[in-house]
Design a protein around this ligand. Structure first.
Ligand code: FAD
Length: 443
């Protein structure tokens, strides 16, 4: 019937839910409040837009607000939801015209994450940025015009993608990372080493094991970064040291937060509060290998949870299956992928795990363009159950991680993996695909 659904946050999870609900219930009134000026765009594309001297932001937009309104979704830009009364089923919304109260029958919180602002970060200092939203990317784009040097703090995948993008714009880029490796949170140290080498080959000044102590400034503008290894002079700073869930609204509604600080929902994307749902980066999710709740904010998870919430909020019955911790990125000529648990993660959850590294080739030696492919498989010692895998090699070669992800979903062993009929022709792989060889060595 004519229920009223309110969605907070109009990017991946929020728009997926709204679109699904629209299809399931043509009579529902669906309102989407987004505090920013953009909805329905691919945040994952921001580094690639930023690599251009004149970024084309519009290509990142899946559907414009006009198109969404044409489908009967009441999208309200620059409207921030500042409060919720779950008993009265109302939200407080602050828009350009002031604050007002709006009723809902079902409320979806899809507020995503925000970049962590470390204590040394000076609020309002010109030239200091984070990268989460379209507005962040546009501000960074404006800041690097006319700049010569940029320092990126944090060597996770966003810092690395950004380093490549800003090198492409001719900037001199320094990457500062507190750990000994870049991409070190996603990978075991045995796998991470070639990533740093590739980033340096790309012309980035990589400094690891470096702690940031503060920012230098003159006349309200950043001039550099004070670190444990001295002062790094720069025109622009990007802080990419992690994210935290925008869970305040969910907490205010009475929803439970997990230890990660993100919102705990059930497989239907329901919080513990009647009429309140949550989906996407703001949530923690069940890891199918460790059985723990984890906060791994990624695009497919956000879209899938949004879809599940949209179905269920309109009376359907969909379930979110959990994740296996799959992730992939490219930096310069290198692809990096992982799924499941690293050896360190497996041991941390009490599993008796072993890891086997294999230095292989992605194609036969006679085929042009063949390159090394490093495969690390993590398995349970006694049973041989696959627990995870990490791949570093050419970008197209590491998409093999999907085979490992599927094996994890099926709770397969390295023996199962070794028996798989995988595709072979010289332009794609060796006759015994690298994964089959690696599985054989782990079995
Ligand atoms: P978000 O996209 O964060 O959207 C939440 C929205 O809610 C925001 O627009 C915010 O303004 C709005 N909001 C928050 N609070 C309120 C409020 N109180 N009132 C109104 N509106 C509010 N993932 C991958 O899987 N692969 C990738 O390669 C990848 N690359 C990425 C690269 C970058 C640079 C970034 C930033 C992210 C990348 N991601 C990637 C992650 C992916 O973009 C996110 O997982 C996805 O966008 C999450 O969607 P979401 O809808 O949960 O949250």
């Amino acid at each position: 019937g004519g229920m009223r659904m309110v969605v907070v946050g109009g990017v991946a999870a929020g728009m997926s839910a709204a679109s699904r609900a629209r299809r399931a219930n043509p009579d529902a009134e669906i309102v989407v409040f987004e505090r920013g000026a953009w909805v329905s765009y691919g945040a994952c594309g921001l580094p690639y837009a930023l690599a251009q001297d004149k970024p084309d932001w519009d290509v990142l937009v899946a559907r414009t607000p006009q198109q969404l309104r044409g489908r009967g979704l009441h999208v309200q830009l620059e409207h921030e939801v500042t409060g919720v009364d779950a008993r009265a089923r109302t939200v407080t919304v602050r828009g350009p015209g002031g604050s007002r109260t709006e009723p809902y029958d079902e409320l979806l919180i899809a507020t995503g994450v925000s970049a962590v602002q470390p204590a040394w970060s000076v609020p309002g200092l010109a030239g200091v940025h984070t990268l989460r939203t379209m507005a962040d990317a546009q501000a960074l784009d404006a800041s690097v015009r006319g700049a010569r040097r940029v320092a990126i703090i944090g060597g996770g995948y966003i810092g690395l993608e950004l380093a490549e993008a800003l090198r492409a714009r001719g900037l001199s880029v320094a990457l500062l990372e507190a750990q000994e490796d870049v991409a070190g949170r996603a990978l075991d140290p045995e796998v991470a080493a070639p990533v740093r080498a590739e980033v340096e080959r790309g012309g980035v000044d990589v400094r690891t094991g470096v702690t940031v102590e503060g920012l230098g400034a003159r006349a309200g503008r950043v001039t550099g970064v004070h670190t444990s290894a001295g002062f790094v002079r720069t025109d622009v700073v990007v802080v990419a040291v992690g994210v935290r869930a925008n869970a305040e609204l969910a907490r205010a509604a009475g929803a439970r937060l997990g230890r990660s600080g993100a919102v705990r929902v059930d497989v239907a994307c329901r919080t513990a509060v009647p009429g309140v749902w949550a989906a996407g980066d703001v949530c923690e999710v069940r890891h199918r290998v460790s059985r723990r709740f984890v906060h791994v904010p990624l695009g497919l998870t956000a879209n899938r949870m949004g879809r599940v919430a949209g179905v269920n909020m309109t009376g359907g019955a969909a379930r979110f299956p959990g994740i296996v911790g799959t992730g992939i990125f490219k930096v310069f000529g290198l692809g990096v992928a992982r799924t499941g648990l690293t050896l360190a993660e497996a041991r941390a959850v009490g599993l008796d795990a072993v890891a086997v590294d294999s230095a292989l080739a992605d194609r036969p030696g006679y085929y042009p363009g063949h390159a090394p492919l490093h495969v690390r498989l993590v398995a349970e010692r006694a049973s041989g159950r696959l627990l995870g895998g990490q791949l570093v090699g050419q970008p197209d070669a590491v998409k093999r991680v999907d085979v490992l992800a599927a094996t994890l979903h099926a709770r397969g062993t390295v023996h199962d993996l070794e028996a798989y009929d995988l595709a072979y022709a010289p332009p794609f792989s060796t006759v015994w695909d690298a994964l089959l060889v690696a599985a054989g060595r782990t079995a």
